[in-house]
Design a protein around this ligand. Structure first.
Ligand code: GLP
Length: 242
């Protein structure tokens, strides 16, 4: 595992955008796994700036989702489908055809999860998966105690994650869904390159456990230690307990 400490979130965003741009130059139709939350926004902004300036051609890039709420209408502004279309797909000048994600509205959620795992494999696998980290060490929506071999499946959110995410739902925890679909940890580990970005002091404990603690289902992000090509990018505040 490679750990890169950057001065701030903007620098982290630029560093990762450069890595994605380099990948797209090597492989123009790369499949990019993206994460939601506020942390990766500087990455998307920096990458969109490079695309607009002509420094990189992302016109053949493909984008896939990491996770999704169950039961939110697909066009709800906080469904992760809507968020990824708004924050990544549109700013990069791509269309919905370049985008894939799990169906959080499916009647048969288990079948939707299995279909998404198959679709990722049929698309040739994820070339670079960007990850954020929850304050409890979760990646995607793999909450503590998730199996390190897990596949895409339905999960129940912890109270802590629902509290953390209430800010996207007018601060009202009652609006935050209880259930989600998430790529499993085993699914995430199949991406060719994992890049985790963590910024701010609130992530310092989770980062320290991820990087320096034992590999443990209690800290899902610690599974990155098992991956042959994992990069953890942290700002100085998130690195403060390393
Ligand atoms: C959600 C997402 C994760 C994300 C996490 C942290 O739980 N499912 O993918 O990493 O939030 O979000 P933030 O970056 O806003 O702290």
């Amino acid at each position: 595992m490679e750990v890169v400490i950057v001065p701030d979130a903007t620098a982290g965003g630029e560093l990762i955008a450069d890595a994605i741009a380099a990948l797209l130059r090597r492989k123009p139709d790369a499949l990019l796994g993206v994460a939601t939350g506020s942390t990766p926004l500087p990455v998307y902004e920096a990458l969109a700036t490079q695309v607009r300036s002509g420094a990189v051609d992302a016109s053949r890039a493909r984008i896939c989702q990491l996770d999704e709420y169950v039961g939110l209408p697909a066009d709800h502004p906080e469904s992760y489908r809507s968020v990824v279309l708004r924050q990544v797909v549109e700013p990069l000048g791509l269309t919905e055809g370049a985008f894939m994600g799990p169906d959080g509205t499916a009647e048969d959620v288990q079948a939707a999860c299995e279909a998404y795992d198959r679709a990722l494999a049929e698309a040739g696998g994820v070339d670079l998966q960007l990850l954020g980290i929850g304050t409890d060490g979760h990646i995607g929506f793999n909450e503590p105690c998730s199996s390190l071999a897990s596949r895409t499946r339905i999960k129940t959110l912890t109270e802590q994650t629902r509290v953390d995410n209430a800010r996207f739902f007018e601060g009202d925890i009652d609006q935050v869904p209880h259930h989600v679909i998430t790529q499993g940890i085993g699914t995430i580990l199949e991406a060719r390159h994992l890049v985790l970005l963590a910024t701010g002091a609130g992530k310092a404990d989770a980062v320290a456990q991820t990087v320096e603690g034992p590999v443990s289902a209690l800290v899902p992000a610690s599974a990155l230690q098992l991956h042959p090509h994992a990069t953890v990018v942290v700002d100085e505040a998130a690195a403060s307990k390393l």
